[in-house]
Design a protein around this ligand. Structure first.
Ligand code: EPZ
Length: 436
């Protein structure tokens, strides 16, 4: 058997093994201790794509080793960039970009691959990006990205499931007003506009900390951006960008997940290396529901402070309550006294954790975009199946407080966005084991 075939079989075998991994969790132990926050996955993805905008080397630090990042690194290599991973530092150099394309095989595993659309058009004048299929939580179209790029002068047509974009004479500054707030849509357009000829104004821009993080990297590379983090962003195009060395922000969703883990198990958890100012809506609501949460400049401490009380929650764009913490918060509300109305305003199908929580004993009724959670319901360990990244976190949180053992299946969903979750939970005293 040739070496290449053997290597491919080895990789496939590992991949298959990963697919079959499960977590065995024995619930009932209050989590106690300290946990370190990794870099933000949803910041790492756009800043990796931004490295396509320059022929100079870019060093990115605090990049979490999660599956979606590995997918983006594979895509950048496919485009022609050199990508060297050294722990949580990734060094990229797109000296040339001979292959400005994001193929279906890669995009179907991670829709955030569409983040290379803007950079590829800006750098090379063309891009061929597979349209992302939907995913578990919704259709996930990129029509807003495409419409905005056309405002910058790109000629775009769609065929065979691909978006083809051309800007033979380069992009020119334009006025973009998003019909609805889109995080990666805002990031895509910022990355297209920084090399466009003239000024671009983006209205109804996303205000997420990850958008601000991309803008701060681009500014380090020589871009001229004002207003990142507000709803109106102004960009003066420049002829070229240089390299940079940039450490990304901590992962607010991971940090929020650990806050909820401490609260749901009635423990005492110190989350280090985080940015509490990125989580104020979550902290505020958890305090209202009865948790004690202290904050420092880069840490948060959650402790039990009597019984939990139900509170209503509605997901909103930043600075509102993050949709990526909705599933985790719903698990918490199963342990709170009273009725909690949870409303999901961002995605059309983001309650898939609910029926699995019900199988563990929760009392949840879903009506369209609203879920009604009645607590307190004792949870009992059960075999449960992950459907998407954040639903997985919700089931794991429930298993930590459930009586007995839970078997959480298809945890490759967890590996997409949490770096060493089982190791970090075990470090807080949880009884959790990964089995193939
Ligand atoms: C980003 O996704 C995040 N992913 C998501 O995190 C997060 O849930 C989401 O923002 C909302 O905060 C990354 O940053 C890589 P959107 P994104 O465009 O940009 C609709 C996780 O768990 N829409 O802000 O894809 C869209 O369908 C992931 O880490 C269009 O209709 O989200 C959704 O209903 C999940 N047309 C709404 O807008 C478009 O062209 C907001 O989506 C774009 C979006």
């Amino acid at each position: 058997m040739g070496a290449a075939v053997a290597a491919r079989r080895a990789v496939t075998a590992v991949a298959a093994e990963k697919i079959m991994d499960k977590l065995l969790i024995r619930g009932g132990k209050p989590l106690e201790g300290e946990v370190e926050t990794s870099g933000a996955k949803n910041s790492a993805l756009p800043v990796l794509a931004a490295s396509l905008l320059t022929s100079e080397p870019v060093a990115l630090r605090r990049i979490p080793r999660v599956r979606d990042i590995a997918t983006m690194e594979k895509l950048l290599r496919y485009n022609g960039a050199s990508v060297d991973v050294d722990g949580d530092t990734v060094r990229i150099q797109a000296a040339t970009v001979p292959n400005p394309e994001a193929p279906y095989e890669i995009v179907k595993t991670m829709r955030a691959s569409s983040l290379v659309l803007g950079p590829l058009v800006a750098r090379t004048g063309r891009a061929r990006v597979s349209m992302p299929g939907g995913c578990a939580i919704g259709a996930r179209p990129i029509n807003l990205h495409v419409a905005a790029l056309e405002k910058l002068g790109a000629k775009i047509f769609q065929e065979h499931g691909y978006v083809e974009a051309r800007a033979d004479n380069g992009l020119r500054g334009g006025h973009v007003k998003f019909d609805r707030i889109t995080v990666t849509g805002t990031e895509d357009i910022i990355m297209a506009a920084v090399l466009a000829d003239g000024e671009t104004v983006i209205e109804n821009a996303a205000r997420e900390p990850e958008v601000v993080d991309v803008a701060s990297l681009l500014t380090r590379m020589g871009a001229r951006i004002d207003g990142a983090g507000t709803s109106t962003i102004r960009i003066q195009g420049v002829p070229r960008l240089g390299g940079a060395d940039h450490a990304i922000i901590p992962d607010r969703i991971e940090a929020g997940t650990f806050l909820i883990a401490g609260a749901i198990t009635g423990g005492d958890v110190l989350v280090r290396g985080c940015a509490p100012e990125h989580l104020m809506a979550t902290i505020e609501l958890m305090r209202q529901s009865g948790s004690s949460i202290e904050c420092g400049p880069d840490w948060m401490r959650v402790r039990k402070n009597g019984k939990l009380r139900s509170v209503d929650m509605k997901t909103m764009e930043f600075p509102g309550f993050a949709t990526d913490l909705q599933a985790q918060f719903m698990a918490l509300m199963t342990q709170a006294e009273g009725i909690s109305f949870v409303e999901e305003t961002i995605f059309e199908n983001r309650f898939m954790h609910a029926p699995e929580l019900v199988r563990m004993g929760a009392n949840i009724r879903v009506e369209g975009r609203k879920a009604i959670v009645a607590g307190v319901t004792p949870l009992s360990g059960a075999p449960v199946t992950c459907s998407d990244l954040r639903a997985s976190a919700s089931l794991i949180l429930a298993a930590l407080v459930a009586e007995g053992e839970s078997v959480v299946d298809r945890i490759y969903h967890v590996d997409r966005g949490y770096e060493g979750l089982e190791r970090k939970l075990a470090g807080l005293g949880a009884s959790v084991n990964r089995v193939a």
